[in-house]
Design a protein. Structure first.
Length: 321
């Protein structure tokens, strides 16, 4: 079926997949190879079909989404996509998460690995064992989001890209909430390394050296601790300083990424090996009250994401106190 003949309705939001996946099943992208529509997904083709411009100085007003019953169905997906983009732009989750698992419900039992110490074995000797098994506890999946408290009359004449800025900020705030939970999970039950007084280069060396079989790839610190690290004489190294001043990326003298997070208590550092420490569990994608949004009932419409975290290897995260 050609993209410009598809009948859009609310049922695309409850087809057991997200809106774009449901559209792609009806209007596969493969059939547009070699055409001007190549590279657009099914949702973007619908925006083009109805001439809805969602970005740039010539972006349309919000009311353009409601020119017909078909175009109104596109609006909740715009909201969800823009919030997701705000999450990705602001999120540091990729620096603390080793793997992300999508689940259909809200119950998830993580898998863990318990291994014997690595030893040299001779011919015919028994190899050490690594046992993979489900943990005896469930991941605590929480809901993160906001209630959109506004009216269609307040928004309809405003440009879509301005509305998008606000949605991206909502996404950034959700990402901050996710990072705060990740910090709590990482720190819970983690082994501690004494700071031994002032936060200096020697303290960072002790923290790095305590990791044993893991690599310290990431350090999470509150505002004061992050400032102390950046003020270390070792941070005045030409390469580290050039990277910070040129890109804004914070790098410690030990090569670990430094992330400032208000979720880390004062006087502490949370360090980890991002390749081994944490699993993120997501129950679905960003969800919206699509029926309310399609019907222009913006007042108290929900935008949310359900997610949780589980440690993969306990020893891959340490707390300096």
């Amino acid at each position: 079926m050609a993209f410009d003949n598809i009948k859009l309705d609310k049922g695309l939001y409850c087809a057991g997949k997200n809106f774009t996946q449901a559209l792609e099943a009806i209007d596969p992208g493969e059939q547009y190879r070699g055409t001007t529509l190549e590279g657009l997904d099914a949702y973007e083709r619908q925006l083009k079909r109805f001439g809805i411009r969602v970005s740039g100085k010539s972006s349309d007003r919000v009311e353009q989404f409601f020119q017909s019953a078909d175009t109104a169905v596109l609006f909740p997906e715009f909201v969800a996509r823009t919030v997701e983009r705000g999450m990705k732009d602001a999120s540091k989750i990729d620096s603390v998460v080793a793997a992300t698992t999508q689940i259909d419900g809200i119950d998830y039992r993580p898998i863990g690995c318990d291994s014997d110490p690595m030893i040299e074995v001779g011919e015919g000797d028994e190899l050490p064992q690594a046992t993979l098994q489900s943990r005896d506890w469930l991941v605590n999946v929480r809901k993160y989001g906001y209630v959109l408290n506004t009216t269609y009359e307040s928004l309809r004449l405003h440009r879509i890209d301005v509305f998008g800025v606000m949605l991206r900020k909502i996404g950034a705030d959700i990402a901050e909430g996710l990072l705060a939970t990740a910090v709590d999970v990482l720190a819970d039950g983690a082994d501690t390394v004494p700071m031994g007084g002032a936060l200096n280069y020697d303290a960072l060396i002790r923290l790095w050296n305590a990791f044993g079989g893991f690599n310290m790839t990431t350090i999470l610190a509150g505002a004061e601790a992050a400032q102390q690290i950046l003020a270390l004489p070792e941070m005045r190294d030409g390469c580290a300083g050039l990277d910070f001043h040129g890109s804004g990326n914070l790098v410690t003298p030990l090569g670990a990424e430094l992330i400032r997070s208000d979720a880390v208590p004062a006087g502490r550092l949370v360090a980890l090996d991002k390749n081994c420490a944490l699993e993120m569990v997501r129950s679905g994608d960003i969800t919206t009250d699509y029926e309310r949004l399609i019907d222009r009932q913006f007042h108290r419409s929900g935008i949310s994401l359900c997610a949780g975290f589980a440690k993969i290897f306990e020893d891959a995260a340490l707390v300096m106190v």
